[in-house]
Design a protein around this ligand. Structure first.
Ligand SMILES: *Cc1c(COP(=O)(O)O)cnc(C)c1O
Length: 382
């Protein structure tokens, strides 16, 4: 008997019944005929893997981020993994990151052969940059900051530390398309930045996809080799490598939404500001401080709540898809047992995990729905 099965069909069935949902894909792709017509052309041309649309998307994505290169890959996870490999990271190396993230950040480090070294999060849910330097050892090769919920980390501090110690910075920018740090686009933060096109990310495709941005010609060359069997041409393999290409059909979908990304982003930012305003005065809720020189794009809208589990159940019963991203931090996952951490090691992360709640903030949420959610939260605590 097997014990691991595909749990997604049941999860889709359950969440589709909720009225104010995190999942907005039917609305997002209401104009799917436009996309399907473009995909028909791909089918007729037959350039399914790394076809012409991938090249165009890469140019557009590099331009969007003001960087020299963008490299399309199979997923955000592969973007992180291949970036570590392009930097030569392997067994015995250490990568500093946060335990308050999605599994893929740590999965990429571990599958690359390296050891994740955790630094606690700060009150803004991002890695506490002031604690990084104390964790650097002779084996440290890179820092992997996660721009959580689309809020760029404290990059001035992180880049200065990296410079001082000769470390690479691999940004996990999977939440952070269009985010800005002191005017700098997210794809230009660090040595390399990695993005996901997963269906629930701000720019989503019809399955999996990802993209990597960098200003380094050398790293761009390595990444183009690593994603495609190490090939410089059909008959010449420079290095034995991986297969993680962005499908041409996914590049078509990504380009379609790239044309709408300003609207997508601005709607999320506006909805978040409205939630901030409605929720900040509730004493049992903590809304994170917002910083004027950081443009956060709200892949997630997160608050800290007293009595989180009860509030979450209360909202779900009333048709609001309230979620906890994520209730168990990375250092306390069964997969992390080999690192030997225990509860209490990263107190800020653990506090956030215990109290965090995410509310739907995508572009199709209406003010009436937001008012309804805010009122429910007020009623719950009244
Ligand atoms: C989604 C996500 C990833 C992985 O992206 P996939 O495209 O799903 O592989 C990595 N890091 C973070 C923070 C993410 O949210």
């Amino acid at each position: 008997m097997t014990t691991v099965h595909n749990f997604l069909p049941e999860q889709y069935r359950q969440t589709n019944q909720i009225s104010i949902n995190h999942n907005y894909l039917a609305q997002q792709f209401a104009d799917h005929d436009v996309i399907l017509n473009k995909i028909r052309e791909v089918v007729i041309r037959g350039d399914f893997t790394l076809g012409a649309e991938v090249d165009v998307l890469e140019r557009e994505y590099a331009e969007l981020n003001g960087v020299r290169h963008a490299i399309g890959v199979g997923s955000g996870t592969d973007a992180l993994f291949l970036s570590l490999k392009a930097l030569g990271i392997d067994k015995g190396d250490e990568v500093i990151t946060t335990p308050f993230t999605f599994y893929a950040t740590i999965g990429a480090i571990v599958t690359a052969g390296a050891t994740p070294v955790f630094v606690d999060a700060g009150a803004d849910y991002n890695i506490d940059a002031s604690q990084i330097e104390a964790k650097i050892t002779p084996r440290t090769k890179a820092i992997m900051p996660v721009h959580w919920s689309g809020k760029p980390c404290d990059m001035d501090t992180i880049e200065a530390i990296a410079e001082r110690h000769g470390l690479a910075v691999v940004s996990d920018a999977c939440h952070a398309i269009k985010a800005r740090y002191k005017g700098r686009p997210s794809g230009s933060l660090g040595t390399i930045a990695c993005f996901s096109f997963h269906p629930l990310k701000n720019l989503n495709v019809w399955g999996d996809g990802g993209i990597i941005t960098t200003n380094s010609d050398e790293l761009a060359d390595k990444l183009r080799l690593l994603r495609n069997h190490g090939l410089v041409g059909r008959d010449e393999c420079r290095v034995f490598a991986y297969n993680s290409r962005l499908d041409t059909v996914q590049a078509v979908v990504a380009r379609h939404l790239l044309g709408k990304i300003d609207h997508i982003t601005e709607s999320r930012v506006s909805h978040a500001a409205y939630f901030d305003q409605g929720l900040r005065s509730i004493p049992q809720i903590t809304v994170p401080a917002r910083e004027p020189d950081i443009y956060q794009v709200y892949h997630l809208y997160q608050i800290l709540c007293e009595n989180r589990n009860a509030l979450q159940a209360y909202l779900i019963e009333r048709g609001v898809d309230a979620k906890a991203h994520y209730p168990v931090p990375m250092h306390l996952q069964p997969a992390a047992a080999f690192l030997g951490h225990k509860a209490g090691d990263f107190p800020v992360t653990e506090k956030i995990s215990a109290h965090t709640l995410s509310l739907p903030v995508h572009e199709f949420i209406t003010r009436e729905q937001q008012d309804f959610v805010i009122q429910l939260i007020r009623d719950f605590y009244a």
